[in-house]
Design a binder for this molecule. Structure first.
Ligand code: FCB
Length: 454
């Protein structure tokens, strides 16, 4: 068999990502906790409960697992409702607990990358208008100031806000996240408050810590016309992609007006990223549907025969990851893959999903595209928002009742990748033989190895 090895640049960051509410447990003072108590909000009536019990201390054993498997970075988020349980009241013991966690990550050789807002809000903030209220931007900036002052000796890389597009859409247009609104106009207003909040946070962080690296985590979702010959379908896919993927990203890039935003917001937002955080999961096809006026006459579908996760939530479409990387590259900034993964309790698809996506990432680094790291979503199964415990994204399985963790085969594959800083044909032959010939043509069994003429 021909052996081949895809190497990544020296110092490449390999890790996993988590979010406070999904792993900590007992986050009672935020809007999600209240939402989970309402019947019908979460699949199967699930609740976050103890989640992965990180607040009870199990972050230690999980970060041990990450470090033992060769990871050198970890992305986690701070829970605003713990640090500031009432407006203006700061809980110093919570800051201390995060300091211990961040120190613990560093001691294990994991570079911490910290997200300041990952979908949850203090209940008091939600009660005073949440992200529809313009003053939320100032409140967020004040929170960021205190958090950064308290942690800047331990953290250099900050994500201000995770996926503002997903948050605005899910909370204000689809109604799946609290406060459950279904009003596209409100979602656009929320995006503009989030742009201002991000911009203020960017400046605040640089004032407190001039050498900080600040970005946000963009969710890029590939959107293609289901039928390339269909002009209306192509138009619908293009408009949806522009609104979802491009508008906010462009505002924080060059501050140019592409949807109604106050002029001052745009001036403040220009050039407020030191790197691009890219979250990529999948690509959808858009089929034309006259009844879907609220969705710009398009409906999301996966093509027949797609390689789907068990819940059909994610399709394995690595070519879309390549498109996402090309999209990210237009901003001419370093890129960090801040999320990529698949829900797959039985681990039947994950190994090939991982191998195929890393192959695309390797193509990008081979063109010298400035990609600094890859953070797989996620380390251990965690509370998956409105989909509760029905979706399992972990390299490790979790039984939330007993807190028992069980290693999935993908953890072995990822450990080999992290430890060797690359992906080899042998790893693929062992863990995802079904894609071996796609990724390493000619190296599969039964192929005649190329013998150089003597
Ligand atoms: C992303 C979220 C993350 C997780 C993954 C599966 O949109 O940022 O918290 O839920 O999806």
């Amino acid at each position: 068999m021909i052996r081949a090895f895809h190497t990544f640049p020296r110092g490449f960051l390999w890790g996993t990502g988590t979010a406070a509410h999904q792993v900590e447990g007992d986050n009672r003072a935020n809007d999600w906790w209240a939402w989970e108590q309402q019947p019908g909000r979460i699949v199967n009536g699930d609740r976050s409960g103890k989640a992965c019990d990180w607040w009870g201390g199990r972050w230690q054993e999980d970060l041990d697992r990450a470090a033992a498997d060769g990871q050198n970075a970890h992305r986690l988020s701070l829970e605003w409702s713990r640090l500031e349980p009432e407006p203006g009241r700061w809980d110093a013991s919570v800051l201390e607990a995060y300091r211990t966690m961040l120190q613990g990550a560093r001691e294990r050789g994991l570079l911490p990358l910290v997200t300041l807002h990952h979908f949850t809000n203090p209940a008091w903030l939600a009660d005073s208008g949440g992200w529809l209220e313009p003053a939320t931007a100032e409140r967020f900036a004040a929170f960021v100031r205190r958090a950064v002052d308290g942690l800047k000796d331990l953290v250099d890389t900050w994500f201000t806000i995770n996926e503002p597009n997903v948050y605005a859409y899910a909370a204000y247009s689809a109604g799946a996240f609290p406060p459950g609104e279904k009003d596209f106009g409100k979602a656009l207003r929320v995006m503009s408050v989030m742009i201002r909040a991000h911009a203020m946070a960017y400046h605040v962080i640089h004032e407190a810590q001039p050498q900080a690296q600040v970005g946000l985590a963009h969710n890029y979702r590939g959107m293609q016309a289901a039928h390339r010959w269909h002009p209306l379908e192509r138009a619908s896919a293009a408009i949806r992609s522009t609104i979802f993927n491009d508008r906010l990203a462009q505002a924080v890039y060059d501050g140019r007006l592409r949807f109604p935003l106050p002029r001052e917001t745009l001036a403040l937002a220009a050039r407020t990223q030191d790197f691009i955080g890219l979250n990529y999961y999948t690509t959808e096809n858009v089929s034309f549907d006259l009844r879907a006026s609220g969705e710009l006459f398009g409906r999301s579908v996966y093509p027949a025969g797609s390689d789907l996760s068990p819940s059909a939530f994610v399709a394995n479409r690595p070519e879309g990851f390549w498109q996402a990387l090309r999209w990210a590259r237009q901003f001419r900034l370093p890129i960090v893959i801040s999320e990529n993964g698949i829900d797959d309790a039985t681990d039947g698809v994950r190994p090939r999903y991982l191998a195929c996506h890393l192959r695309q990432l390797w193509r990008a680094v081979n063109f010298n595209w400035n990609v600094r790291g890859y953070l797989h979503w996620t380390l251990v199964d965690n509370f998956e928002w409105e989909r509760g415990w029905s979706q399992r994204f972990g390299l490790w399985a979790l039984d939330p009742l007993t807190q028992a963790r069980t290693r999935r085969p993908s953890a072995d594959l990822y450990a080999k990748i992290c430890k060797s800083n690359g992906l080899s044909s042998e790893m693929v032959a062992q863990h995802a033989p079904e894609v071996l010939d796609d990724l390493f043509p000619g190296s599969g069994p039964g192929r005649v190895a190329f013998e150089p003429p003597v």
